[in-house]
Design a binder for this molecule. Structure first.
Ligand code: 8YV
Length: 322
């Protein structure tokens, strides 16, 4: 039999990935090397697979350093940290983890909408601080009669919309194109969507094409009753503009699971009482992270058993050779 393929792990991965790959492959761990660059130079000529995820970037430079590279398996559905175009040029397949996290992230988005409108974390802090016996918690905004806008009606956007239908609210969306099979109201511009809705939920891919889409203009269009929820990537939102808008009352509140420079959140944003801030936990349940990990392993194993990738990304489509 051929010797096991050499796989490079860029960071500590879910334990299921670490142990499953150890069982089948020769695994090299970059984050645990004393001198990562020296280690990379030494193993680079043999590396055939890379496991990525979180903030560890796979840029064109790294791809060029790995002449035998065949595939990059990303732990996560978003792969803006991977230069998929460079991978495509080198004939390298990139896989991600779609579908298995859709429900979890959609649940969290709805949770953020409710937490932000009804000020749930603030109410919890109020009770713990002992204010309740002195006065009831101040009345909040409501989901009643709201229009909800979704930026990016992909797998997760649709799952959010399906959940919100149960709340009997109007649903609008904007994306690259109108989708024929949904009855939600389409807006052909983001600014038009922001003007029409009270709550704007961001669930579009990160990367250069969507960087800074939500800036001062969109926040002004969202307006003083408006709520911004972001469960996608911090890069879509101009964080300084958002902080200024929250301070000035340009919008009412924000619920954020993602930030421009994770895991760092600017202190002036963290100081605002009208922001609900989560440490990027959209997919972070035991159940869903295990499902994501299994899909990473299944992609790597399927590839190195010659059966192709299970979930290749759009930039590196796969068709079995005839
Ligand atoms: C993860 C995510 O937090 O899937 C994504 O795109 O952002 C999350 O599921 C991340 O990828 C895990 O490191």
């Amino acid at each position: 039999a051929a010797p096991p393929a050499d796989i490079l792990l860029l960071r500590r991965m879910h334990p299921l990935i670490e142990s499953s790959l150890d069982d089948r492959f020769t695994v090299h761990r970059l984050d645990r090397a004393d001198d990562a660059d020296a280690m990379l130079t030494q193993v680079a000529p043999r590396i055939r697979g890379v496991c990525a995820g979180g903030h560890a970037a796979v840029d064109a430079g790294l791809i060029a350093r790995l002449p035998k590279l065949e595939m990059i398996a990303n732990f996560g559905v978003g792969y803006d940290t991977i230069d998929a175009a460079a991978a495509a040029r080198h004939g390298v397949v990139v896989t991600n983890t779609p579908d298995v996290l859709t429900d979890e992230v959609a649940d969290l988005a709805v949770g953020l909408v409710l937490a932000t409108l009804r000020r749930l974390p603030q109410a919890d802090r109020y009770l713990r601080a002992g204010h309740w016996p002195k006065a009831p918690f101040p009345l909040t905004a409501s989901l009643r009669g709201r229009r909800i806008g979704i930026l990016g009606l992909g797998r997760i956007g649709r799952a959010i919309a399906r959940r919100l239908e149960g709340f009997e609210v109007a649903i609008d969306y904007h994306g690259r194109s109108r989708q024929a099979d949904v009855a939600y109201t389409y807006h052909d511009t983001l600014i038009g969507l922001a003007r029409a809705v009270h709550v704007l939920i961001v669930v579009a891919p990160g990367g250069a094409e969507t960087r800074g889409l939500i800036g001062t203009e969109v926040l002004e269009a969202l307006g003083p009753e408006g709520i911004l929820v972001n469960v996608a990537r911090g890069s879509l939102v101009d964080e300084a503009a958002l902080t200024a808008a929250l301070k000035a009352g340009t919008i009412h509140a924000a619920g954020l699971d993602v930030f421009e420079n994770e895991p760092h959140v600017p202190s002036d944003l963290a100081a605002l009482d009208n922001a609900v801030l989560l440490p990027h936990v959209g997919s972070a349940s035991e159940y869903t992270r295990a499902a994501m990990a299994q899909l990473v392993v299944d992609n790597v194993v399927s590839w190195f058993e010659g059966r192709g990738p299970l979930t290749p990304v759009a930039e590196t489509p796969w068709s079995p050779r005839a």
